[in-house]
Design a protein. Structure first.
Length: 295
């Protein structure tokens, strides 16, 4: 499995101490001081004192509050640094060849990607950058301009870019709305500046809207169980629905941010075309830029 280099970034210590950071996470999660205190076995007064800088929380309290606020591991380390403690969650690089832990993760993901062929599948980081992909995904991206496939290849950008997959998506209005909402949801979770820049970029791309006469299916059909992506290809229209898997109880920042997206045929015709025409673990990376698994 080949991958594109993307160095990990450590959280910088926040100015103003841990209190304002915890307050922002609490407000982002729409949790009151009282509710947070009850779940963390504390008091609303103590939470208020922490947020106002009148009380320095213990390392255990920082981690407990972060857990109850569902703060991502990267930001938990930032909270610890802001409170004057060392980070407790390791931060590996997905691409580090000398890290045995990440080597095991990559090997496991390679098995997942291979096992899903010939259907497309990708491994994504928190910013929707593609870290690895199988030959089915490479087949979907065949014909995309090389400059758009250079690392870091971003799944949202390649889907909505006017020179990417967008012209091939029959129901672009639906897919565009879904993907923009997806980035918005991730912004609510991660709140990262790269995600904000990505959203600003892709939301400016042109796209079919409900009133566009060229848009197909302004609303999903009654028989639909999930929103499909309908792609026009040389083999006919392909329809895929997708599912996303993440690691359970991760203890590493990089692993906590990984997601595996599997694309599944939404109908029998798509399944038949994929089975007959898509490669299986023999594909060479498209233009040498798309990371894929190879036999």
């Amino acid at each position: 499995m080949t991958t594109s280099p993307a160095p990990a970034t450590s959280p910088a210590p926040a100015t103003g101490g841990v209190g304002p950071l915890l307050r922002r996470w609490r407000e982002r999660r729409r949790v009151s001081q009282l509710d947070l205190a009850l779940t963390a076995d504390s008091s609303a007064r103590h939470i208020s004192y922490i947020e106002n800088g009148r009380s320095r929380p213990s390392q255990e309290m920082v981690l407990k509050l972060a857990e109850h606020l569902d703060v991502p591991l990267r930001e938990r380390n930032a909270l610890l640094l802001a409170a004057g403690y060392a980070p407790v969650f390791r931060e590996s690089s997905f691409h580090d060849p000398d890290d045995p832990g990440m080597a095991a993760v990559r090997a496991a993901l390679e098995g997942v990607l291979r096992g899903h062929e010939p259907c497309p599948a990708v491994v994504l980081d928190a910013g929707h950058d593609v870290l690895a992909a199988n030959s089915g995904m490479a087949a979907l991206l065949d014909g995309i301009p090389e400059r758009l496939l250079r690392p870091p290849l971003n799944l949202i950008r390649i889907a909505l870019h006017p020179q990417g997959l967008a012209p091939r998506i029959a129901n672009l209005g639906q897919v565009r709305r879904h993907l923009l909402e997806r980035v918005e949801r991730h912004l609510a979770i991660w709140g990262s500046e790269p995600l904000r820049r990505l959203y600003a970029e892709v939301s400016s791309y042109p796209g079919a809207e409900d009133g566009d006469p060229d848009a197909v299916e302004a609303h999903p059909s009654a028989a639909a169980v999930a929103l499909p992506v309908r792609l026009r290809t040389a083999h006919g229209e392909l329809a895929f629905i997708s599912t996303i898997a993440t690691f359970n109880t991760p203890l590493d920042v990089a692993v906590s941010e990984l997601a595996i997206e599997h694309f599944l045929p939404a109908d029998a015709a798509t399944a038949d075309i994929v089975r007959r025409t898509f490669p299986v673990t023999r594909a060479v990376p498209v233009t040498g830029a798309v990371p894929v698994t190879r036999a």
